[in-house]
Design a protein around this ligand. Sequence first.
Ligand SMILES: C[S@@+](CC[C@H](N)C(=O)[O-])C[C@H]1O[C@@H](n2cnc3c(N)ncnc32)[C@H](O)[C@@H]1O
Length: 210
Amino acid sequence: MEDEAQCLAYAKADFEEENQSFVTLFRDSYPEMTEGHVLDLGCGPGDIPIRFARTLPGCRVTGVDASAAMIHLAEAAVQAAGVADRVTLRCERFQSLQLPEPADAVMSNSLVHHLPNPFQFWHQLKRLVKPGSCVLVMDLLRPESPEAAQAIVDRYAAGEPPVLRRDFYNSLLAAFTEDEVAAQLAELNLSRLLIDVPDDRHWVVVGRLY
Ligand SMILES: C[S@@+](CC[C@H](N)C(=O)[O-])C[C@H]1O[C@@H](n2cnc3c(N)ncnc32)[C@H](O)[C@@H]1O
């Protein structure tokens, strides 16, 4: 997302419930993780890193996003939220990200459908964290047809501005199916990570990376 208007519309959209559920799912999946360094790949305008830092105050978060416009929004939001001591932001493509030492956990919400080559994502994920690290990756689930995608947009984004409705529709059609994600995990020897489909429009991958 390089377009500033699109980034602003995304930042202003109400993802409160979805983003808080994502952070709560991380906390509930890994109750033993109360400190350490957590990566957020494709952190967007920073809402998830901020919620994460508030929910797990012993953790440090590094949010990574390829879009300068998104990172500027995230920097302002992190400052305003008063969590800049625990949230670091980096404007980089995750594909070329280098860390001084591997992280203790990795999370990512709504990035994978942006990627022409999702294998790169799972490969990098393995490279960026320590063995035994906690993983939480969530994204949209591709519906069976354009009509089904439109029905989901109408059901869940009826009141959103046209730019977001269009983005949601295109994102649904660019997303992967459960079988496709399972095949990606198998290809990268990540079959110990578990994929679940919690509702009609998302998949989620949870597990420790051994
Ligand atoms: C739909 S947004 C999700 C933002 C955030 N995770 C959230 O849930 O609110 C996807 C983000 O991924 C970023 N992105 C896309 N390709 C990327 C890449 N190769 N490396 C890092 N970030 C990328 C985009 O700039 C965008 O901010």
